[in-house]
Design a protein around this ligand. Sequence first.
Ligand code: ADP
Ligand code: MG
Length: 292
Amino acid sequence: ATPTSIMVGSGRGAEMGILFKGGEFLEGTQSIQAVLLDKTGTITEGKPRVTDVKTLTGDASDFYLVSSAEKRSEHPLASAIVAYAIEEEFDSLDPDEFQSISGHGVIAQVSGKNVAVGTRRLMREQNIDFSDAESYLESYEANGRTAVLAAIDGKVQFVIAIADTVKPSSKEAIAQMQSLGLEVYMMTGDNQLTAKAVAREVGIQESNVFAEVLPENKAEHVKRIQASGMKVAMVGDGINDAPALVTADIGIAIGSGTDVAIEAADVTLISGDLLNIPKAIKLSRKTMRNIR
Ligand code: ADP
Ligand code: MG
């Protein structure tokens, strides 16, 4: 490899907002065969907002208990719930006790009540029946929404639908990656149904979707694809994505993402526009062709 062409290639990348941490990564990008995309904040904007709240039982005004329970969580879904409570003029209190359960939700004590907010799995673990909520959950999820259950003193009282818009160029970017011969996968901690709806919207086949992946298992999915004989680029924005970014042959971080992800990655896309991924592949292929 001639250092000059690598330097020229890296410079062209930088002009396009694609930052390679070193020439070896510009080189390595040409041999990528699979791209594993994180969903939230990578394929989607990562700015969730509450679109619907269904009250199953009890008083709708108890929603303040839910936002109070989420007040100390740093999860983007918690921020969406707290922002909604502000808009709807619910007063959120400081919880007396609070516990965040990674990949599942939160449990808290607010005004002497036990509040649990999160996934079906969280409810199961707390021995809370959610059969009355199932039809709402499924209809929200089939539309690509993240549906969150909220229980007060052991009874599911609310089903909350949260939307996160797909970035305008994600679908086109994925189509371009596929036409470059890359196998495109999606990974998320979110529910299966929600994940499949989003995958369908952007043109990723169902069998390439890994959903309900716990943060500590994200890197394993990279290894699984590598074990099938492919060189993998992982694209992510979150703290949770860092181990997977390190494990991948090429780790690509979204510039608007967390510092931890950017540090773990080999390449940073300043704008977060996924069209930069096929651009990076083409740039790498072209640069390496010039070299040989
Ligand atoms: P993601 O990759 O979507 O960020 P996470 O592993 O952080 O996934 O969370 C997985 C799921 O757990 C979320 O889709 C949500 O259903 C639930 N969850 C996590 N944290 C919270 C929270 N603070 N409030 C409600 N639900 C939560
Ligand atoms: Mg993310």
